[in-house]
Design a protein around this ligand. Structure first.
Ligand code: ZN
Ligand code: ZN
Length: 346
């Protein structure tokens, strides 16, 4: 066992505090990673506060991990000491079901093992990236290419892959009109990635407050959803809409913006249902869909794509002592566009 510094929530209502957590001994197929940066994802906040179900405490969240390999098990072949690596939202899966065999481990039929707050293969509860070190089986560790700095790479492990995967699956590229609802942690990556893939990108945001940013990040158009003319002007025009908002929105109004055969894909996860009028789908053979992160192979592909196109997240690096303040700012949408914790401060 390795005892390491971490920041963890002591309860669903308590602020995160400095503590220590245990990491397992490095097994034959394990990699020990010295964490350099850990991103703060909105999911971290929902999870530690029990919004998505009861948790065990203390709980160290964090599933946007970038660091350096410092030790490997004797049978590890994919990574070596000194490699720059990342870990995202899952640290294991069954490896045998149809979805795992297809390289879509996030959809493991037996459930993937979440990076924190999940029951690990050895029965312990996983602890996330708000710590100095983590031990992960080699197949769930991805390589961060040289061209990407570790701080801007960390958020790619959740926000990056969560938007990259549906953009690829639904064919974002030249000649395609893609809209992104919400310009936050996920949305800003969706804009950068869709633009780099060659699509025409429109941001649909409540106001024009972040318009300048949106255009700088690669959007071709930026429209306010508080302006009624937006919905009339853009009716029937998008091949793909990525919804990054994790609150209830009038989904039928957005479905009307889809072109023939268009798809509206949810990557944000509001706790309440989104009522869909079936007529919104029938008129235009439209699809209403969802997507969860991406498989390990696709996560590697995403990192390689980002390195090739010089894409990282827009970040604000903070010391661990500012995590609680950062949570309040995330909840107030007061971050452009991702907080990343400097792991040297844990
Ligand atoms: Zn996340
Ligand atoms: Zn599986």
């Amino acid at each position: 066992m390795l005892t390491v510094n971490a920041y963890a929530a002591p309860s669903a209502t308590g602020a995160l505090i400095p503590t220590t957590i245990e990491r397992r001994d490095v097994g034959p197929h394990d990699v020990l990673i010295e964490i350099k940066f850990a991103g703060i994802c909105h999911s971290d906040i929902h999870t530690v506060r029990g919004d998505w179900g009861p948790q065990g405490y203390p709980l160290a969240p964090g599933h946007e991990i970038a660091g350096i390999v410092t030790e490997i098990g004797p049978e590890v072949t994919r990574h070596k000491v000194g490699d720059r690596v990342g870990v995202g939202c899952m640290v294991n899966s069954c490896g045998e079901c149809a979805n795992c065999v297809a390289g879509e481990e996030q959809y493991c039929l037996k459930g993937n093992t979440g990076t924190y707050g999940a029951v690990d293969r050895d029965g312990t509860i996983t602890q996330g990236g708000y710590s100095t070190h983590v031990v992960v089986t080699e197949n769930f560790v991805v390589r961060i290419p040289e061209g990407l700095d570790l701080d801007v790479a960390a958020p790619l492990l959740c926000a990056g892959i969560t938007t990259y995967s549906p953009l690829r699956h639904w064919g974002a590229g030249p000649g395609k009109n893609v809209a992104v609802i919400g310009l936050g942690g996920l949305g800003h990556m969706a804009v950068k990635l869709a633009h780099a893939m060659g699509a025409t990108v429109t941001v649909l945001s409540q106001s024009l407050k972040k318009q300048e940013d949106g255009l700088r990040l690669g959007a071709d158009h930026y429209r306010a959803t508080s302006d009624e003319t937006t919905f009339a002007d853009l009716a029937g025009s998008f091949d793909l809409i990525i919804n990054t908002v994790s609150a209830a929105i009038d989904i039928n109004a957005y479905l009307q913006l889809l072109a023939l055969d268009g798809a509206l894909v949810n990557v944000g996860a509001p706790p309440e249902p989104l009522p869909v009028q079936v007529f919104s789908l029938i008129g235009g053979r439209r699809s209403f869909a969802g997507s969860a992160i991406g498989g390990i192979r696709e996560t590697q592909e995403m990192l390689d794509f980002c390195a090739e196109h010089g894409l990282g997240a827009e970040i604000e690096v903070i010391p661990a002592g500012k995590i609680n303040e950062a949570y309040e700012r995330v909840l107030a949408s007061d971050v452009r566009y991702r907080f990343v914790i400097d792991a040297a401060t844990f």
